[in-house]
Design a protein around this ligand. Sequence first.
Ligand code: SER
Length: 316
Amino acid sequence: MKKILVTGSVGQIGSELVPVLREKYGSKNVVATVHKTMPSQEFLKSGPYEKVDTNNKEELVNVLKKYNIDTVFHMVGILSAVGEKKPDLAWKVNMESLKHVLDLAKEMKLKVFWPSSIAAFGPNTPKKETPQLTIMDPNTMYGITKYSGELLCNYYFQKYGVDVRSVRYPGIISWKTPPGGGTTDYAVAVFYEALKNKKYTFFVKKDTILPMMYMPDAIKAAIDIMESPIEKIKIRLSYNLAAISFSAEELAKEVKKYIPDLKYDFIPDERQKIADSWPASIDDSNARKDWNWKHKYGLAEMTKDMISNLKRELRK
Ligand code: SER
């Protein structure tokens, strides 16, 4: 990983991955691509960036050649809730761009990280401690693109030897960039609303349990798997990855410890159905065994860190 390209660098994960990669590998060695949404001036000044539509293979080729890129973190993606509203767009953005990246990885011998998700599972997947290899019947367009993407990554590895590595991310909680249009967004929104308005209405039922992860752990997973020696990577579909599982109500109670007058209720909307089709907890023993995955943040540590960072940010 000497010259890195990050697509989707304005997104929830990309915007936090880029600074960490720049710190680790040198600012000039990490090229961020932007498309429609322009990032902050601070972000733009922190290192090289290029305007690239990842659905346009030519634009991708040009930037890969220009910077002599050897590694791509392909973070572009339309999330689950938006994907249900715009399924054609989700298929196009999530699948076509991945196919381009894999084809170029084959031609140019690039190493690739691509995030899958718990959304690759479906209503018939075992809900508790979901195994690595299990029933996969996603029923959202986002989940379908994630599972199809996993199959495609595995195919490019088996057939062409493309070194593409992947994890199935749970819901990601972070304070720098809010998520855009996912089902697990409530786990971030509750912090903003609690600090700003002291009230929040969850759009899922109080006993909805989903696997979640704090952003620093999510970034660590991406870097750890990419840094691992090739012989340690035994799964080329996508590794199950886990940190914490909690119900919406458990999260609300944890946040209330810091904001005692927080009022909350639960009014499920169409996203409940999506949440119900996903696992409640994940068996990630393969990742722990193969490339030594460890998470750091539990519910209490994550909540404490979220509150102190967001409090400071919202004061600005
Ligand atoms: N956080 C994502 C979503 O809710 C799941 O990968 O769509």
